[in-house]
Structures are given as structure tokens and as C-alpha cells.
Design a protein around this ligand. Structure first.
Ligand code: SF4
Length: 473
């Protein structure tokens, strides 16, 4: 059973929230406006969910928010360690902030999350970016009010990157941007140690929230009118293994399915080795669970899968997919793929393409391998050149784009139930939402439809989205 952050510790953080709030009220009274905070998130949905906690604590402490770096009194970057380019972006941003801070001495700059949970990164920040005031890792997130208070009052960089398998902090205030959809973390950390992945080192071992805590959060969301719940964990199929109860992830889904007000349930991520028949039946049987499955296969060659420590073969993966398709005929499938793992040859890569062709995923999230210091794969030598890896990556996209377009073509003429998210990013006269299978659907409609479920007839397909027309009731 995972350790919980104690009530005393929670109360301590609450007292720092109150201290910050008093200061912020004084500031607002003197200046005629509140102090402004800016948060920026890199990486996965877990990080997005963590940023919602950071913003919740800041809001309760009396900060308002801005997206203008020049106007911000506090900037917090919640960082990702999964790929090198996300780290480079953060370092680039810190370089820009240095100049802004030269004229704004009181500005507080914070960096948190997976990237700074790695000691060599924190050392680099301390050495090269002395203008950073606050550094805290994934395990110290709940202590942000205290750390921020210290950073605002002590004239030195405050650092907390305690190494721990992590305790669970319940009852942290959250500020969510979207009132119709919510991420709900069901577990944290990962025990799988895929050889290329830094996550188990920066997020600690698997620990599940109790079913009571998860269900309480979902009920509260549903009571406020939030209808789409996405259950979140690095490997949701391991949910419950560390709990004293018999509840596993399938049981948890069924409990969420019974909550009034919830209309859609999604979840991610599932590790193929742990995808059980029970979970497949649960997706098929629960009316609110979207018929959509994200099942990362990463590579098609058994040799590469072994070196990645993925603990399944290509044949085993394909067998699971066949089972899923048989039980849930209209399921929409997506996956993650890594191209250019150090020992991958062109022949190995052909096996990856073979999986794409056999499964016919609706869409894929593809990445070129990124070397992560401290992982076993970082010690391996590359077989292919950069150029060859990029050529393979482009071929992968070509093959998948053709499949995705074909999959989307099959939607034309169908009527899809769409939850309207907002105005399209590319055309302000067009609304955008997602259908049950999570495909983006664009259509003309009145802004009053935002937040509602409506029926849309699909009239046109693209590789990444669908166009449609609102159906009259
Ligand atoms: S399952 Fe593998 S890839 Fe996913 S977070 Fe865990 S170690 Fe990383």
C-alpha cells in the first residue's frame, strides 16, 4: 500500500498557502492588481495533470494567471525528461528569462518535474542558470507552497529533488482549464524499466491511489458537470497490485462506469504484456467506456523488443490485438513507435512496418529514439546512421498516413456523437470536438454548443481529422 502524505504535512503546506495569500492580498491592495503566474507544461498527460495541481495551489494562494512572460511575476516550467529536445527547449526558455529578469529582479523562476528529478540536470541549472530561484522534482510537488514561499524570501536558489519511491498526496487543490473533461490519475510511477526509458527513475515505483480516492474525485467532477473522465497512469494495467484490496483496473473502470453524470471514460497507458482478457471484456461491456485503445508496441523486431526489455514478442502483441478486434469490432487503435533504437537494423525496422500494416492503427505517436543518460540503452552503440534513421522515420510516416487516411475515409457518411471542445485552432468560424474514438471532428456551429454532446454527420476525411455537419434534433 502506497504511503500517503501525512495530514500534518498537508496542513503545513496549507499554512504556506495562507501566508502567500496574505502577502498577495497586500500586494494587490498596493498595486491595484494581483501578482501574475505563468505555467508551461512539457511532456505527457501526467505532467498536464501535475500542472493543474500547481495552478490549483497558486490560485488558492491568490495568484492570477497570464500567458505573457513579460508580465509574469512567477514563471514555473513543468518539464519532461523523456526526450532530449524537450530538455533543450526548457534550457532555451531559461536563457530568454535571464534577460527578462535582468530588468525585473523580483521575478521568481521555477523549474519542476521529471527533468530536474535527474541530479545532473539540477547541477547544470545551478551552474549555468543562476537566475533560477526554485527547483523541485516530481516527489516534492505537494511542497510547492513552502518552497515557493522560501524562494520569494531567501536570496538563494531553493532546491528539493528528494529521491523517493514517492508517497501519494491527496487533497491538493486543482485548477482545470476544461470543465467538461478531466484527467484523473489512478496511479503514479512505473516498475517496468524499459531499457530506453527514464520514467521509472524520475517518477519512482508504481503506487496506486485507493479506489475510494479515485471515485471521490470522479464523483466531485461529475457533480460539477464534467462528463468525460480519462483515467491516467504510466501503466494502468498494474493498477491495484500494491493495494490491500482485490480491486484491479477493470473493477475500477466498472465503478467509474456506474457514476451518474459520467458519460465517457477513456484511459491510458496500457502495457501490452499486462493487457488482460478481463480488461478487454470490460471495455466491450461498459457502455461509457470509449471503444478506443492505446497500446504501445514500440518496435516490431523480437530482437529489439528483447533489448528494449518490453517483455512481449511481436507475435504475442499481434495476438492480443486480434483478441481486441474480435471482442470489440469497431475499436479504434493507437500506439507509440520508436524508430532508431541503437541496435535497430533496417531489417528490424521492416518488422515495425509489418506491425503497422497488419494492425492498421487509426493513428500512431512516433518518435526517433532519444538517448537518456542513466538508462541501459544509453550504453549501446548505434548500428544505423542519423540519415538512415531519419529515412526510416519518414517511411514510417508515409505508411501510417496512408492507413490513417483510409481509416478516416470509412467515417464518411456516419453520424458520430461529438463532445464539442471549442473553436477550431485554424478557423474561428468552425467548432471542434472529439467523437467516441477520439478523432477530431470540425464543423460549423454556434458557440453555444461548446461543452455539449451533439450528433455530427461526417462529410469529409483528412489524415488527422474529420469534417462534418451538425444534425438537427
Ligand atoms: S512502461 Fe516502459 S516506456 Fe512506459 S513508462 Fe514504464 S518504463 Fe517507460
Amino acid at each position: 500500500m502506497a504511503k500517503l502524505i501525512t495530514k500534518e504535512q498537508t496542513a503545513r503546506q496549507q499554512s504556506f498557502i495562507m501566508k502567500l495569500k496574505e502577502e498577495n492580498m497586500r500586494y494587490a491592495a498596493q498595486n491595484g492588481h494581483s501578482r501574475l503566474a505563468l505555467t508551461e507544461t512539457y511532456g505527457c498527460q501526467q505532467n498536464e495533470n501535475d500542472t493543474e495541481r500547481i495552478r490549483g495551489m497558486l490560485k488558492e494562494a491568490g495568484f492570477e494567471f497570464t500567458s505573457d512572460t513579460n508580465a509574469a511575476d512567477i514563471v514555473i516550467y513543468n518539464t519532461c525528461a523523456v526526450r532530449e529536445n524537450a530538455e533543450q527547449k526548457v534550457f532555451g526558455r531559461l536563457g530568454i528569462l535571464k534577460h527578462i529578469k535582468e530588468n525585473r529582479r523580483d521575478m521568481i523562476i521555477g523549474v519542476c518535474g521529471c527533468m530536474v528529478q535527474q541530479e545532473h540536470i539540477t547541477e547544470k541549472i545551478k551552474r549555468v542558470h543562476e537566475h533560477v530561484d526554485l527547483v523541485f522534482g516530481t516527489h516534492a510537488l505537494y511542497k510547492m507552497p513552502e518552497l515557493l514561499y522560501k524562494a520569494m524570501h531567501e536570496k538563494k536558489t531553493v532546491v528539493d529533488i528528494e529521491q523517493s519511491d514517492g508517497a501519494i498526496a491527496e487533497d491538493i487543490p486543482m485548477l482545470r482549464d476544461d470543465s467538461n473533461k478531466a484527467w484523473v490519475s489512478v496511479m503514479y510511477g512505473c516498475n517496468n524499466f524499459c531499457s530506453y526509458c527514464i520514467v521509472p527513475y524520475v517518477r519512482g515505483r508504481e503506487r496506486s491511489r485507493t479506489p475510494d480516492a479515485v471515485l471521490r474525485e470522479v464523483r466531485e467532477l461529475a457533480a460539477k458537470g464534467c462528463t468525460e473522465i480519462s483515467l491516467l497512469g504510466q501503466n494502468v494495467n498494474s493498477y491495484g497490485k500494491d493495494l490491500d484490496t482485490e480491486t484491479d483496473f477493470s473493477d475500477l473502470i466498472r465503478m467509474v462506469n456506474d457514476i451518474d453524470g459520467v458519460e465517457r471514460i477513456r484511459f491510458m497507458t496500457s502495457h501490452p504484456k499486462d493487457l488482460s482478457d478481463k480488461l478487454i471484456h470490460t471495455i466491450a461491456e461498459c457502455d461509457k467506456v470509449c471503444k478506443q485503445l492505446h497500446l504501445p508496441f514500440q518496435a516490431g523486431s523480437d530482437n529489439i523488443l528483447r533489448q528494449m526489455n518490453r517483455k512481449y514478442t511481436k507475435a504475442e502483441y499481434l495476438e492480443k490485438i486480434e483478441k481486441v478486434k474480435k471482442e470489440i469490432p469497431n475499436i479504434s487503435l493507437s500506439t507509440d513507435v520508436i524508430v532508431g533504437f541503437p541496435t535497430e537494423t533496417n531489417e528490424d525496422f521492416e518488422e515495425t512496418l509489418d506491425v503497422l500494416r497488419k494492425v492498421e492503427f487509426d493513428n500512431i505517436f512516433s518518435f526517433i529514439y532519444s538517448r537518456r543518460e542513466g538508462t541501459p540503452a544509453a550504453k549501446l552503440d548505434f548500428v544505423l546512421t542519423d540519415d538512415e534513421i531519419h529515412k526510416n522515420f519518414n517511411r514510417l510516416l508515409e505508411v501510417q498516413n496512408e492507413i490513417s487516411k483510409r481509416k478516416n475515409d470509412a467515417y464518411v457518411g456516419r453520424v458520430e456523437r461529438v463532445l464539442v471542445d471549442g473553436v477550431s485552432k485554424t478557423d474561428e468560424n468552425v467548432l471542434s470536438g472529439r467523437c467516441d474514438s477520439s478523432k477530431i471532428v470540425n464543423f460549423k456551429g454556434d458557440k453555444s454548443l461548446i461543452g455539449k454532446y451533439i450528433n455530427v454527420k461526417i462529410t469529409e476525411s483528412h489524415t488527422w481529422s474529420l469534417n462534418g455537419e451538425v444534425m438537427e434534433d
